[in-house]
Design a protein around this ligand. Structure first.
Ligand code: XUL
Ligand code: MN
Length: 344
C-alpha cells in the first residue's frame, strides 16, 4: 500500500540571497513569520540548527537555553508543526575555525562537545529525537594540517559523548565531500555508515543523504540511498539538485536532472521511506535573482515536483521493466523510462 509523504525544510531555506561575492538582496523574514509559512507551503515539520531555535546560545546558561527552546516548542505546537531534527552549528564561531570535534586545539574540541550537549538539551525541549551532523569543518585545506586517523577517532568520541548524554536520540551524519573544506573526513554515505560501526551504539547512528552532496562526490544520489537503505540507516534526506561539480548549489529538487530525481523518489517509495516517521526533507535555496514576494517558490516547487514524480513512479509499468531486465534489453528499458518521463 503506497504511503503518504510528509515534508520538512529548515528556516535557512528562506534566505536573504547573500553569496560569497555579494550582500543580501532580500529582507529578513522573522522566524515567527517563517513558521506561519510552513503549512501554507504544504510542509509539516521544521529542521533546526541549534541556534535557529535559540539564537545567541553561546551567551546563555543551560537553563536559559532550555527555556527558550520550550517557547519554540509551544510556537511549533501552535502551528501544528513538528521539529524533525536539530543540528549543531559548529562552523561559524571563533572556536570552530579549525574544525570542531577534530580541531587541533583541545579547548576548541571541548567547546564543540559542550555545544553539542546544549544542542541535545534543545532537541529534547523541542520534543525531537533526531540529530543531524553536517561535519562542516571536520577536514583540511592541506593534508598535513591534521592526522586523518586521529580525526576519525575524535569524531567517534564526540558521537559517543552525544549518544551517552541522551540515550533517546538518533544521529544522522550528513556527508559532504568538500566545501567549506578542500577535503572532508566523512565525504560519502559509505564513510558515514562505516563510522557508525565504530561508535558505542551503531543502531542509533545513520545518515542524512543530500542529493547535491552525493553529486559533488561524483556519486549517484539514488544509489547512495539504496546503500543506506540496505543498512537500515536512511534516517532522513536533503533533497535538492546540483548542476555538475561546482559549489554546493542547493537547487530546486529535480530542476537539473528529472530522471535522477525520479530515481530518488522511486527508491524511497519502493522501500517504504516515510512509513516509520521519516520526513521528506528539502535543503533548497532560492536563486539570488528571485524577488522578495516570490522567494519561497523553490520550496513549494520542490514538493510539487516530488509529488509529480511520485505519480510517475507509481504509474510505471513495473512488469514491462522486469521483462526488459529479463531480456537484458537495457536500450529498450532506457526508452521506456524516457517515454514515461515525457508522458508518452
Ligand atoms: C551544508 C548543508 C547544511 C546541513 C545542515 O551544505 O547541507 O545546511 O544540511 O547543517
Ligand atoms: Mn543539507
Amino acid at each position: 500500500m503506497p504511503g503518504k509523504y510528509r515534508f520538512s525544510f529548515g528556516p535557512w531555506n528562506i534566505h536573504e540571497g547573500a553569496d560569497p561575492f555579494g550582500p543580501t538582496v532580500r529582507n529578513t523574514i522573522q522566524f515567527g513569520r517563517k513558521l506561519n509559512l510552513y503549512k501554507e507551503l504544504g510542509f509539516d515539520a521544521v529542521q533546526f540548527h541549534d541556534d535557529d531555535a535559540v539564537p545567541n546560545m553561546d551567551n546563555l546558561t543551560p537553563e536559559q537555553i532550555i527555556k527558550q527552546a520550550e517557547e519554540v516548542r509551544s510556537a511549533l505546537e501552535g502551528e501544528g508543526l513538528a521539529a524533525e531534527f536539530v543540528a549543531p552549528r559548529l562552523w561559524e564561531g571563533a572556536n570552530t575555525i579549525d574544525g570542531a570535534y577534530t580541531s587541533n586545539d583541545p579547548a576548541c574540541r571541548e567547546y564543540a562537545k559542550q555545544r553539542s550537549r546544549r544542542m541535545l538539551d534543545i532537541t529534547l525541549a523541542l520534543n525531537c529525537k533526531l540529530v543531524v551532523l553536517w561535519l562542516a569543518r571536520e577536514g583540511t585545506y592541506i593534508r598535513e594540517a591534521k592526522d586523518s586517523k586521529v580525526a576519525v577517532d575524535r569524531i567517534v568520541e564526540a558521537i559517543n559523548d552525544m549518544l551517552a548524554y541522551d540515550p533517546s536520540i538518533k544521529i544522522a551524519i550528513e556527508p559532504k565531500p568538500n566545501e567549506p573544506m578542500d577535503q572532508a573526513y566523512i565525504p560519502t554515505t559509505g564513510h558515514a555508515v562505516a563510522i557508525s560501526y565504530l561508535t558505542n551504539d551503531p543502531k542509533r547512528v545513520g545518515v542524512n543523504i543530500e542529493t547535491a552532496h552525493t553529486i559533488l562526490a561524483g556519486l549517484d544520489p539514488s544509489d547512495e540511498m539504496g546503500f543506506a537503505l540496505a543498512y537500515d540507516k536512511l534516517y532522513t534526506v536533503h533533497l535538492n539538485d546540483q548542476n555538475g561539480l561546482k559549489f554546493d548549489e542547493d537547487k530546486t529538487f529535480g530542476s537539473v536532472d528529472l530522471r535522477r530525481a525520479f530515481n530518488q523518489v522511486r527508491i524511497l517509495d519502493k522501500y517504504d521511506y516515510g512509513t516509520r516517521g521519516e520526513f521528506v526533507g528539502l535543503d533548497v535555496k532560492a536563486m539570488r535573482t528571485q524577488k522578495q514576494e516570490v522567494a519561497t517558490k523553490h520550496l513549494s516547487n520542490s514538493r510539487t515536483i516530488f509529488l509529480s514524480l511520485l505519480d510517475l513512479v507509481r504509474s510505471l509499468d513495473e512488469s514491462k521493466v522486469e521483462a526488459l531486465i529479463a531480456e537484458r534489453d537495457y536500450e529498450e528499458l532506457d526508452m521506456l523510462i524516457i517515454n514515461h518521463l515525457m508522458g508518452k
